[in-house]
Design a protein around this ligand. Structure first.
Ligand code: ADP
Ligand code: MG
Length: 624
C-alpha cells in the first residue's frame, strides 16, 4: 500500500478495551482530557528541544515552543496544537493505534481488579491520549515530524470505537494538532473561561507557554494570550513558592488528583551544582506493587532546564520508586544518553543526594508530623523495607524508620520502632527479639513466644510478607543482634540451663519414643525452653526459612527443599505425657502426630496430609 492512500485499520484488541473502559469510567473526571493532551503536547516540545541540541536545524525558524488551545463553537470542536516533535506515519500507528507501552496492558490488569473506580488515574499508565474520547465522538490528529518535508504529514482520525483511518496530509508546519469533535452534551468545553480555568487548574506549571485566543464576540479572536505560569517552578527560590504552587506542580507532574504528602526542595551549589524537588505522594499508585518497576516514570531529569529524560531508574534506588519529582543538573553534558548516565560519576553523587534528601524528609515526618508519617508508612512502609537489602550504606537509617507491632505495643498497630524496643530493654538483654508469621494473630499466638511472655521480654511481631526476607539482611541494629524467637538455641542463664538439662535428661525415654513414632517426619525431638502452656512447637535452625513463607513460595510455584522440622515439646503438658503413658502403640502414634501437626499449623506450615490429620484428630477426640 502506498504511503499516500487512505487506509482504515482496526485498533489492537487491547486498545479497544482501554477505550471502552476509559470512556465509560472516566466520566466523573472528564475534564482531565485537557490535562492529558496538554501533557502530551508538552512532552512533544520537550522531545524536540532535546533533539535540537544535536540538530539545531530541527527548530527551523520556529524556535518558540508553545501549546495553543482553541475552540470553535459552530463546528463544536476543541483543538490542542503544539509545535513540538510531531510524529511520522509509523509513529502514529505505533503510539496511538497499538500498545504504545506496556502501560496499556497493565492499565487493563489494574482496572479488571479492585480498582475499577479509579479509572481517573489513567495518566499514570501511558494511555492518556485515549481520554480524548471521553468528551469527543471523533478525534482528528494532524501531525508532521520535525525536520521532515511538508508532504510527510499524516491525518489520523477515529470515532474511538474499533477503527481509525490514516491518510497522507500536506502540513506546512511541524508538530501535532489534536481536534476533538465534542459529543452532544459537552458544550461546556466550548467556552473560553472554562478552558482557561482548566488550564490554570491542571496545567499551570507546564514549562511551555499555553496560549488561548482572546475572545471577541464569543469567538476566538486573532490575538493569543499566554495563560499559564510557564516557568520551571524548581528554579525559583523557595521563598517565592507557595504551598499551593508546590501542590499544583506535583499534580501535573505526577498525574495525581491528590495533594502530595510532603516535599523537599534543595539547591546544591559547588563544584557540581544541581536542584532537586522531590515529592512523596499521599497514596501509592496502583502499580507500585504489581510490576510497577518497569514503568519508572516519576523523576524527570533536566539539564539547565532542558528536559532530558525520565530517569527514575538512574536517580533513585528501587525502594524509593514512589518518589516523584525533578532533578535539574547544571554540569552534565546536554547530549547525555541513558548509557552514559548509567556510568556517570556526577550522577552517582546526585543519586546519593536524592536518597539523602528523601530519607531526611521521611525522618522529619517521623519526628515532627506523626500523622503524616503514619500515612506514609501505611502507603510505602513495605516498599521502604526493600531498602534494608538494597541499600547497605543507608541500612541503619532505614531500619530506624521501620515500625512494628509488638507484644508491648498497641494491638496490631505497627508503631514500635527498633529504638523504642531498645529503650525498653532491661539491663542484660542484648538481643532484639522478633517473630514472623502470616498475620498478627498468628504471630501473637505463636507458642514460641510463651517463655518470652512469661519472662516479660518484649517480642516484635512481624507479619508482612516482606519481613522475613528483609530480616535476612538485618541481623544487627545499633549494636544489638536481631533474632527470631523460633530459631536456634535460646540463650539461657545458668539456672535455666541447668533446669533445661535436667528436664531433657528426665524426658529421654519420651523423646526416644516420640522420635520412633514420628520416624522421618521430624529431624529431631527436643525438650523446649520456649514453651510454658502449649504442648509443642517447631524450632528452626538459624538459616531455615519460616514455614509460613516456605508455604507461600511453594504455592507461588517455587521449588522448596523439603526440610525435616525440629519438634520441641513441653514435658509438663498432659498431652505429651499421654504419649508416654499410652500402652496402645497406635493410640500413642496418633497423639505424637497431633503434637507435630499442631506445631506445624501454628507455624503456618502446610500439612503434608490434611485428611490423615483430620481422621487422627477424630479418633483421639472419640477415644477410639
Ligand atoms: P504517554 O503520554 O504516557 O506516553 P499517551 O496515551 O498520553 O501516553 O500518549 C501515547 C503516545 O502518543 C505518546 O507517548 C507519544 O509518543 C504520542 N503522542 C501523543 N500526543 C503527541 C503529541 N502531541 N506529539 C507527539 N507525540 C504524541
Ligand atoms: Mg500522555
Amino acid at each position: 500500500m502506498s504511503a499516500t492512500a487512505t487506509e482504515t485499520r482496526k485498533f489492537e484488541a487491547e486498545v479497544a478495551q482501554v477505550l471502552h473502559l476509559v470512556t465509560h469510567s472516566l466520566y466523573s473526571h472528564k475534564e482531565i482530557f485537557l490535562r492529558e493532551l496538554i501533557s502530551n503536547a508538552s512532552d512533544a516540545c520537550d522531545k524536540l528541544r532535546f533533539e535540537s541540541i544535536a540538530k539545531p536545524e530541527l527548530l527551523a525558524g520556529d524556535g518558540e515552543l508553545h501549546i495553543d488551545v482553541s475552540w470553535d463553537a459552530e463546528a463544536r470542536t476543541v483543538t490542542i496544537r503544539d509545535n513540538g516533535i510531531g510524529m511520522s506515519r509509523e509513529e502514529v500507528v505505533a503510539n496511538i493505534g497499538t500498545i504504545a507501552s506496556s502501560g496499556t496492558r497493565r492499565f487493563l490488569e489494574a482496572m479488571s481488579g479492585e480498582h475499577k473506580a479509579d479509572a481517573r488515574l489513567i495518566g499514570q499508565f501511558g494511555v492518556g491520549f485515549y481520554s480524548a474520547f471521553v468528551v469527543a465522538d471523533k478525534v482528528t490528529v494532524l501531525t508532521r515530524r520535525a525536520g521532515e518535508p511538508a508532504d510527510t504529514g499524516v491525518k489520523w482520525e477515529s470515532d474511538g470505537k474499533g477503527e481509525y483511518s490514516l491518510e497522507a496530509a500536506e502540513l506546512a508546519e511541524r508538530g501535532t494538532t489534536v481536534t476533538l469533535h465534542l459529543k452532544a452534551d459537552e458544550d461546556e468545553f466550548l467556552k473560553s473561561w472554562q478552558l482557561r480555568t482548566l488550564i490554570r487548574k491542571y496545567s499551570d506549571h507546564v514549562a511551555f507557554p499555553i496560549r488561548l485566543p482572546k475572545e471577541q464576540d464569543g469567538k476566538p479572536g486573532d490575538e493569543w494570550e499566554s495563560i499559564n505560569a510557564a516557568s520551571a517552578l524548581w528554579t525559583k527560590p523557595k521563598s517565592e513558592i507557595s504551598d499551593e504552587d508546590y501542590q499544583s506542580f506535583y499534580k501535573s507532574l505526577g498525574h495525581d488528583f491528590n495533594d502530595a504528602l510532603a516535599w523537599t526542595h534543595n539547591r546544591v551549589e559547588g563544584s557540581q551544582s544541581f536542584t532537586t524537588l522531590l515529592y512523596i505522594p499521599a497514596q501509592p499508585p496502583f502499580d507500585l506493587m504489581m510490576g510497577g518497576r518497569d514503568e519508572r516514570k516519576g523523576l524527570k531529569l533536566y539539564i539547565k532546564r532542558v528536559f532530558i529524560m525520565d530517569a527514575a531508574e538512574e536517580l533513585l534506588p528501587n525502594y524509593l520508586r514512589f518518589v516523584r519529582g525533578v532533578v535539574d543538573a547544571d554540569d552534565l553534558p546536554l547530549n547525555v544518553s541513558r548509557e552514559i548516565l548509567q556510568q556517570n560519576r556526577q550522577l552517582e553523587r546526585i543519586k546519593a543526594a536524592c536518597v539523602k534528601r528523601v530519607l531526611d524528609l521521611i525522618e522529619k515526618l517521623a519526628k515532627d508530623e506523626p500523622e503524616k508519617f503514619a500515612t506514609f508508612y501505611k502507603a510505602f512502609g513495605n516498599t521502604l523495607k526493600e531498602g534494608i537489602a538494597e541499600d547497605q550504606a543507608n541500612r541503619e537509617r532505614i531500619a530506624k524508620l521501620l515500625r512494628f507491632a509488638s507484644t508491648k505495643g498497641e494491638g496490631s498497630a505497627q508503631t514500635v520502632s527498633l529504638d523504642d524496643y531498645i529503650g525498653r530493654m532491661p539491663v542484660g538483654q542484648d538481643t532484639i527479639w522478633f517473630i514472623t508469621a502470616d498475620s498478627y494473630a498468628a504471630a501473637l499466638g505463636s507458642p514460641q513466644l510463651e517463655a518470652f511472655k512469661a519472662k516479660g521480654t518484649e517480642v516484635l511481631l512481624m507479619f508482612d510478607r516482606i519481613d522475613e526476607w528483609m530480616l535476612g539482611s538485618l541481623s544487627e541494629y545499633a549494636g544489638k543482634k536481631l533474632k527470631n524467637v523460633a530459631k536456634g538455641e535460646l540463650p539461657l542463664d545458668e539456672a535455666d540451663k541447668q533446669k533445661q538439662e535436667e528436664a531433657s535428661k528426665a524426658a529421654e525415654p519420651l523423646l526416644h519414643k516420640l522420635k520412633e513414632l514420628l520416624g522421618d517426619r521430624v529431624g529431631e525431638v527436643k525438650v523446649s525452653a520456649r514453651l510454658t502452656d502449649s504442648p509443642s512447637c517447631l524450632a528452626l535452625s538459624d538459616y531455615e526459612m519460616a514455614p509460613h513463607l516456605a508455604r507461600l513460595l511453594r504455592e507461588a510455584g517455587h521449588e522448596m527443599p523439603e526440610s525435616k522440622p525440629t519438634l520441641e515439646i513441653n514435658p509438663q503438658h498432659a498431652l505429651v505425657q499421654r504419649v508416654q503413658t499410652e500402652a496402645d502403640e497406635a493410640k500413642a502414634r496418633d497423639v505424637a502426630f497431633l503434637l507435630l501437626e499442631q506445631a506445624e499449623i501454628a507455624a503456618g506450615a502446610q500439612l503434608p496430609d490434611p485428611a490423615a490429620f483430620v481422621q487422627r484428630l477424630n479418633r483421639v477426640l472419640l477415644g477410639s
